[in-house]
Design a protein around this ligand. Sequence first.
Ligand SMILES: Nc1ncnc2c1ncn2[C@@H]1O[C@H](COP(=O)(O)OS(=O)(=O)O)[C@@H](OP(=O)(O)O)[C@H]1O
Ligand SMILES: Nc1ncnc2c1ncn2[C@@H]1O[C@H](COP(=O)(O)OP(=O)(O)O)[C@@H](O)[C@H]1O
Length: 170
Amino acid sequence: MNKCIWLLGLSGAGKSSISLELSKLINSQGLKCKVLDGDTLRKGINENLGFSNEDRFENVRRTAEIAKLFLDEGYWVIVAMITPMEAMRQKSREILKDRYLEIFIDTPLQICMERDPKGLYQKVKNNEIQHFTGIDSPFEKPNYAHLTIETTHETIMESAEKIKMFVNSN
Ligand SMILES: Nc1ncnc2c1ncn2[C@@H]1O[C@H](COP(=O)(O)OS(=O)(=O)O)[C@@H](OP(=O)(O)O)[C@H]1O
Ligand SMILES: Nc1ncnc2c1ncn2[C@@H]1O[C@H](COP(=O)(O)OP(=O)(O)O)[C@@H](O)[C@H]1O
C-alpha cells in the first residue's frame, strides 16, 4: 500500500535534503512519488499563512489533505514540514490514518544553527525574524514517531536508505 512518509524536525534538520534522495530511491523502484515541502507550499497554496501556532496548524492540515489526494491517485508522498506540535501530528494521523508514517529528523538545534543553510538562524540573531521554531516558538519532541533519524551520525543518503528500508518492511 502506498504511504505518506511525513518527515518532521527543526529548520535545517535535513528534511528537504533527505526528501530529495528518498524520492529518487522510490522513483527508482518504478513508483510515483510526490514531495510536499513546507517551504514550497508556503509560496503558493499556503501563502496566506504565517508562523503562529494557529497558522502552522492550518498549514499542516491543508498539506495532509493534499497528501491524501495524491495517495488516492496511487502516489507515494513525502512531506517535509517542521510540524512542531503533537496536536498537528495528531491531525495528520486523523486525516491519513494507516497511510501516515511519521519520521522524526532529529538534529540538535546547535547543529541546525551551525548548518544554517538559508541564513535564517543568523537573521534570528539579528532580530529580523520572530517566532522561530526552537528559539522563541516551541518544538515538541514527537512521542509517536515510527522512526527517528539522527543526521549527526549519518549522511543524507544513509538516512534516505534507512527510511526506505523501514518503509519497505512496514
Ligand atoms: N518563524 C519561522 N519558524 C520556522 N520556519 C520559518 C520561520 N520563518 C520562515 N521559516 C521558513 O519556513 C519553513 C518552515 O515551514 P513549515 O511549513 O515546514 O513550518 S510549520 O510546519 O508550519 O511549522 C522553514 O523551512 P525549513 O528550513 O525547510 O524547515 C523556513 O525556511
Ligand atoms: N546528515 C545530514 N542529513 C541531512 N542534511 C545534512 C546532513 N549533513 C549536512 N546536511 C546539510 O544540512 C542542511 C539541511 O538543510 P535542509 O535539507 O534544507 O533542512 P530542512 O529542510 O530540515 O530545513 C543542508 O545544507 C544539508 O546539506
